[in-house]
Design a protein around this ligand. Structure first.
Ligand code: ADP
Ligand code: MG
Ligand code: ZN
Length: 487
């Protein structure tokens, strides 16, 4: 059996984040009642004329600039002929040559090293409507057509065949999603179908130059689906080749329930879509100043924000990676940090609370940090309460639980529940004396030179105080007491 290398190229469709559709004024709102956001243009009535949404063009150019694409100043739209049951005019308005953006690069990290994936093109096109085959759980024996999505603007990004594993494909999609979220040019939510991708997979014997025959898996709409479909396809292709068979270029569909891909249609060479220039949208030229203005609007992107977090806040690479992995996490972090009374001291504890406690909670309640019941300001208050010695780390966890459950203010919780940390020396001295008397064994161990025995004694005092004693004071007082007894 031969050793094979996997080759993957992606075609990613992202719904452009504009209020109205790309060729008419209908709303792009997701989840509206079927066929309520439609008009004569997006239902393809004969004689109607599409009007280009300038914001959609801007979104694609911004995305291209952020990915180092070349912006083609001459813009031409094309008709792609096909039988589309969900586009009544039976052609899709798209771009062929030139696309708005040519080339481009996106870096992913593989085994700690940066790998550059080349982008072939990014172009503008219209989405199709949706065929509905079930209502609730009831399967229909006919198809319903919902045109709300018809003519919503899409940007299609095509990569070179340069990804070499399911993990790399996932890294690419995750990083792309992150950059696009930073730009705000698409919401990229796969659950709402706002980001979908066609995955092209082939394998070839290691060291062979020519690419193998590719299979295209259409319309993937989840990250785990992309990963599993590629993994399945690699194995299937290996089996065919190892058995002496030949692969055919075809389009397949991923069946998540069965965990397999199934052939949908054979695709010999390229289908002839008979592209021709769209006569209803005249070609136009983009000016340099228009493009430069868009370049100025590009916000700080993840890589730069990550570097800034490391430089300005002295965060570790690990923390900076995590915090900038989604724009909403980085925004939350900076909001919390800016609200903190102890900015410098709060840098690391805030990062920790967000990546561990809060992250785990949000995960298990399946909500994103932008919807967190604990606001950034309140998390900053909680950390301040620890930093200024009002509560111990242990009590903070109890307060945190309550904050998460009720969106409440940590200062109020601490006051109402009487959680304030005990820093009154006379109270702590008394607690320490009681614990020393009651635990002669641990005390003897400490006195015999086992310095670590102090931790156990501190723990006993802390427990006795219901977790409310200031642990640093307890430690200090205990050491003083025990040492003075020794002398
Ligand atoms: P089409 O529009 O017919 O799908 P494209 O030429 O636009 O064809 O290619 C689509 C995608 O397929 C690109 O992402 C490209 O990188 C990828 N691709 C092309 N050849 C291969 C191959 N042999 N193996 C894997 N991916 C490939
Ligand atoms: Mg394709
Ligand atoms: Zn419309």
């Amino acid at each position: 059996m031969l050793n094979y290398e996997t080759v993957i190229g992606l075609e990613v469709h992202m719904q452009i984040n504009t209020k109205s559709k790309v060729f008419c004024e209908c709303s792009t709102q997701f989840g509206a009642e079927p066929n309520t956001n439609i008009c004569v243009i997006c239902t393809s009535q004969p004689g109607t004329i599409p009007i280009l949404n300038k914001k959609a063009v801007e979104a694609i150019i911004k995305t291209g600039l952020a990915l180092n694409s070349t912006i083609n100043k001459r813009s031409i739209f094309a008709r792609k002929q096909y039988f589309y049951p969900d586009i009544a005019k039976n052609y899709q308005i798209t771009q062929s040559e030139p696309p708005l953006c040519s080339g481009g690069k996106l870096a992913i990290t593989v085994d700690g090293e940066e790998k550059i994936i080349n982008i072939t093109r990014i172009h503008l096109e219209e989405d199709a409507g949706k065929l509905v085959h079930e209502i609730g759980s009831r399967k229909l024996d006919y198809s319903l057509l919902d045109l709300n999505r018809a003519s919503v603007g899409l940007m299609e990004l095509v990569t070179e065949p340069e990804l070499n594993s399911p993990e790399e494909a996932l890294k690419f999609l995750t990083e792309l999603k992150n950059i696009v979220e930073y730009l705000g040019t698409s919401e990229c939510s796969m659950e709402e179908g706002k980001m979908r991708c066609d995955v092209n997979v082939s394998i070839r014997p290691v060291n062979r130059k020519e690419l193998g025959t590719r299979v295209e898996i259409k319309n993937m709409n989840s990250m785990s689906g992309v990963r599993d479909a590629i993994a399945y396809e690699i194995e299937r292709q290996k089996e065919v080749l190892d058995a002496g068979g030949k692969l055919v270029q075809e389009t397949r569909l991923w069946k998540p329930e069965e965990g397999v891909t199934k052939s949908m249609r054979l695709k010999e060479g390229t289908l002839d879509y008979r592209y021709f220039p769209e006569p209803d949208l005249v070609p136009f030229d983009l000016s340099d100043s228009f493009i430069e203005e868009l370049r100025r609007q590009i916000p700080e992107l993840p890589k730069i924000r990550r570097a800034r977090f490391i430089k300005d806040y002295c965060l570790s690479e690990y923390d900076a990676d995590y915090l900038t992995s989604r724009k909403m996490i980085a925004d939350y972090y900076e909001k919390a940090l800016n609200a903190s009374k102890y900015k410098k001291m709060a840098v690391k504890p805030l990062a920790n609370w967000i990546s561990t406690e809060l992250g785990a909670k949000l995960n298990s309640s399946k909500i994103c940090i932008a919807e967190s019941p604990i606001s950034g300001q309140n998390l900053a208050k909680l950390v301040s309460l620890i930093l200024n010695g009002t509560i111990s780390g242990k009590i903070a966890k109890i307060v945190f639980e309550e904050m998460y459950a009720n969106s409440s203010d940590p200062e109020t919780i601490v006051k109402e529940r009487g959680f304030t940390q005990i820093s009154d020396e006379s109270v702590i001295i008394k607690l320490c004396e009681e614990v020393i008397v009651a635990n002669p064994k641990a005390v003897a161990e400490f006195k015999s030179g086992k310095e670590r025995a102090i931790d156990a004694i501190v723990g006993l005092v802390m427990r006795k105080s219901g977790g409310q004693a200031n642990p640093r004071l307890v430690n200090k007082i205990l050491v003083e007491k025990l040492k003075s007894q020794n002398e």
